[in-house]
Structures are given as structure tokens and as C-alpha cells.
Design a binder for this molecule. Structure first.
Ligand code: CA
Length: 239
């Protein structure tokens, strides 16, 4: 099956270079130079991955990413031009899965794209296997920690039977922690497994997501009892 990539970039030479190189790798590529049009394109084209420039006419990349996150799980690789944009990509609730700073090497970008798509395939495969193994909603799809329930069938998190608003990445992170309950996980390990960065990337990304999780699931986020910081090591989910 040909994987579909939507390239949202208003610098036409770069847009064309990206499209050309991605098509050469065998991907089905659509391009767009305007944020508002890109939103429509994402809905109709249903891409497997979106390359998203930050500065765009119409909607900017941040706004667009935020809207996309409400609607779909499609991974987003943001293309940033300035350092201060990186802070927003990883630090605020934009929800991008990865970013690259311009100028980037095409080789590095293609490697990143390939890695992100491989993760999408693996996650789909796992979801399919889970669905096959558990054709009906059953207790096996629930992870329960006191009043906290992760419902893997519905990809939902509940506390006292109230469904919490979770972004896809937050859900993945909590599920990952819960599946490794009692183990200390380093930031680098979490980054690599959930974001797929093969460099010691910005561990702030992990810290920020942990903070969001704590605000949602801890009785007192300042004194966490579920997600424990292990000094000099990483994080441990205690349940
Ligand atoms: Ca731009």
C-alpha cells in the first residue's frame, strides 16, 4: 500500500523539492501552500503523515497542528525556521510528533519520514492484533490502577468513571508508562520509543508531557504519587 504524505509549505521551491524527493521514495504526495487549504486537504486526502511548515498564509502551522490534533492521529513533522519556534513546537500544546529546523538535509528528512511511517505501521499492526485477539470489549483491554482506568479498546482514560480529555501523545505516554509499571524509564528511552528520535533529543518534550499527565491524573500534581520522578534516572509509574 502506498503511503500518503501531505506537504504543507508555502515556499514553492522547497515544496517542490520535498514533493520530488518523497515521490522518488514511492510515496503518494500532495502539496499545499496555504494553512486553511491544508486543513481541507488533510481531511479529504487522509494522509499517513503531514509535513507542516510553521509560517504559512491562512492558518499558521501551530494553529493548524492544534486543529488537526483534535480531528486525527496522523503524525505531524513540523518544519521550523527559528529557534523560538522550536520552543513552541515541543513546549506548548501544539502536539507535533517531531520537528526539523531549516535548513535541513533532505537525507535526514527522508530518514525521519521513514521512521515515523514505520511507527505508524507498527501501531496499526498492534491495534489490529489487539482487535483480533479481543473481538469484544473485555476486561483484558482495561488497565486499572485504583480509580484510574486505561481503556485500550476505546483509547480512553477515566478517573472515577469520568473520561479525561487526552491528546493522542498523552494517551500513548500514559499507556507506555502503565505497561512498564514499576520500571524506571529514562527520558531518552521514552523519547526513542514514543517519538522515535534517534538522537538524544529534547528531553524537555518528555518532561512537558509528564507534567500534563500529572495535571490530569494526580490528586496533587505537585506531590505526584502515580508518576514518580527518579532523580538522575527518569520516571517510574507506580499505578
Ligand atoms: Ca513558510
Amino acid at each position: 500500500m502506498t503511503e500518503k504524505i501531505l506537504v504543507v509549505e508555502d515556499e514553492i521551491p522547497l515544496q517542490e523539492t520535498l514533493a520530488y524527493n518523497l515521490k522518488r521514495q514511492g510515496y503518494d504526495v500532495q502539496t499545499c501552500g496555504d494553512g486553511s487549504a491544508a486543513l481541507e486537504e488533510a481531511r479529504t486526502f487522509a494522509p499517513d503523515l503531514i509535513l507542516l511548515d510553521v509560517m504559512l498564509p491562512g492558518l499558521d502551522g501551530f494553529e493548524l497542528c492544534r486543529i488537526l490534533r483534535q480531528e486525527m492521529n496522523t503524525p505531524v513533522l513540523m518544519l521550523t525556521a527559528r529557534d523560538d519556534e522550536i520552543d513552541r513546537v515541543v513546549g506548548l500544546e501544539v502536539g507535533a510528533d517531531d520537528y526539523m529546523t531549516k535548513p535541513f538535509s533532505m537525507r535526514e528528512l527522508l530518514a525521519r519520514v521513514k521512521a515515523m511511517l514505520r511507527r505508524v505501521r507498527m501501531m496499526r499492526e498492534e491495534a489490529r492484533k489487539t482487535a483480533e485477539a479481543q473481538p469484544e470489549t473485555s476486561l483484558a483491554q482495561l488497565l486499572t490502577f485504583g480509580n484510574l482506568v486505561l481503556d485500550m479498546g476505546r483509547r480512553e482514560v477515566r478517573i472515577n468513571d469520568q473520561v479525561l480529555a487526552f491528546k493522542p501523545k498523552e494517551y500513548e505516554l500514559l499507556l507506555f508508562l502503565a505497561q512498564h509499571r514499576g520500571q524506571v524509564l529514562t527520558r531518552e528511552f521514552i523519547l526513542e520509543r514514543l517519538w522515535g528520535w534517534n538522537f538524544i533529543g529534547d528531553s524537555r518534550t518528555v518532561d512537558v508531557h509528564i507534567r500534563w499527565l500529572r495535571e490530569k491524573i494526580e490528586a496533587n500534581p505537585a506531590i505526584p504519587s502515580r508518576i514518580i520522578t527518579v532523580r538522575g534516572a527518569g520516571y517510574r509509574f507506580d499505578g
